[in-house]
Design a protein around this ligand. Structure first.
Ligand code: CP3
Length: 342
């Protein structure tokens, strides 16, 4: 049994004394101890070495006090396993030397044996579960097929992912072949994470909001729905679609346990779109953590008032930024914890 089970109870929609809190991308980036490890080991070495991944995963639990841990890894380990090369370039971010930009490259992408190619992630989960000692739950994750497709085809981050969209709109057959391969890999990968011991899963559709509502259905949502269908009877699944407020109603009927909301959608609208039927997670503007701590506290209490303390998981509306002082991250977490007695 997990000692602090607030997060799991909120996912079930149970009444809680206060909402649980964690922060997207809480493992790394803004933590000084992480920066020290970063000097010694390159990014994918940190991901592939279970001892390092465990150490980084546990840091925010000990140093910031979140109610859930999220495994230190990256969404881009999935294309790597599919034989699509991915590097992490200093100052650039993800860099794919051979983007999947032709029929030949789409055919060359494999649906791998996940135990062979991603076994190191499962080892990291097992070691992290031991280190956490059942204090808090562990979240596993994957990128949505669309978000992975964006990097695989574009070859790097982008303001508009124009090359990825060009494939969708000029060769939809190719796009769907690749999206389905990513989906099949992701389902197998996440089933393995369940077997390795994670307590919940989150699907990051970071670039879903790049698509119009109609294209979102065709190129993103139908694949996320396949993932939810495959997993929902085994584990709670959270779907976070950045910029996807227009899809919240459909998502609320998908079988997901909770939905992530970014800061551009008001809590009131998010509750209305989902008919108050599902646990929501979010949605503090990550840049707002640059405000003085006393303002953070006030705004967090206001956010909880607006979402309501039940069927709610306090979080940011996207990942924490690297330039956030640790004291401000702590103020965010403490504000949620003090909510009942404010
Ligand atoms: O949430 C966590 O703390 C767990 C670890 C985690 C990382 N990436 C570690 C990471 C998670 C959940 C991710 C998800 C991820 N990765 C997403 C989806 C969420 C989102 O932010 O939209 C995306 C799009 C990626 C792809 C990616 N990885 C990018 C664009 C970058 C470079 C820019 C950046 O954010 O710093 C990465 C690198 C990355 N992944 C870092 C970390 C801690 C920073 C690089 C480093 O530490 O060397």
């Amino acid at each position: 049994m997990i000692k602090n089970d607030l997060f799991l109870r909120a996912l079930k929609g149970e009444t809680v004394q206060r909402p649980p809190v964690w922060m997207m991308r809480q493992a790394g980036r803004y933590l000084p101890d992480f920066m020290k490890l970063k000097e010694k080991y390159d990014f994918f070495t940190r991901c592939r070495t279970p001892e390092l991944a465990t150490e980084i995963t546990v840091m925010p639990i000990e140093q910031v006090g979140t109610d859930a841990a999220i495994l230190f890894s990256d969404i881009l380990v999935v294309p790597q396993a599919m034989d699509i090369e991915v590097e992490m370039k200093q100052g650039v971010g993800p860099w794919l030397p051979n983007p999947v930009n032709s029929e030949k490259r789409v055919e060359a992408a494999i649906v791998p044996d996940v135990n062979e190619t991603l076994g190191y992630v499962y080892d990291a989960i097992k070691l992290t579960k031991q280190a956490l000692n059942d204090e808090v739950p562990l979240i596993g994750f994957a990128g949505s097929p669309w978000t992975i497709f964006c990097y695989a085809v574009q070859g790097q981050g982008s303001k508009n992912f124009d090359k990825a969209k060009a494939m969708c709109f000029s060769r939809p057959d190719l796009a769907h072949t690749l999206l389905q391969k990513i989906t099949d890999t992701t389902i197998a990968y996440l089933k393995g994470k369940i077997d390795a011991g994670v307590d919940a899963l989150q699907v990051f559709d970071s670039w879903g909001g790049m698509l119009s509502p109609v294209d979102y259905q065709e190129f993103s949502w139908q694949y996320i729905q396949q993932i939810v269908d495959a997993l929902k009877d085994h584990i709670p699944v959270i779907v976070f679609g950045k910029g996807c407020w227009f899809a919240l109603e459909k998502m609320s009927k998908s079988g997901a346990a909770a939905l992530g909301v970014d800061w551009t959608c008001s809590p009131r609208n998010a509750r209305a779109f989902t008919n108050n039927s599902i646990t929501l997670q979010g949605n503090f503007d990550p840049s707002r953590l640059l405000s003085p701590p006393k303002d953070i506290t006030k705004m967090v209490h206001q956010m909880i008032d607006e979402f309501g303390k039940d069927k709610y998981i306090a979080n940011l509306g996207h990942g924490i930024l690297p330039n956030i002082p640790v004291e401000h991250a702590k103020a965010f977490v403490e504000a949620v914890k003090s909510y009942p007695d404010r």
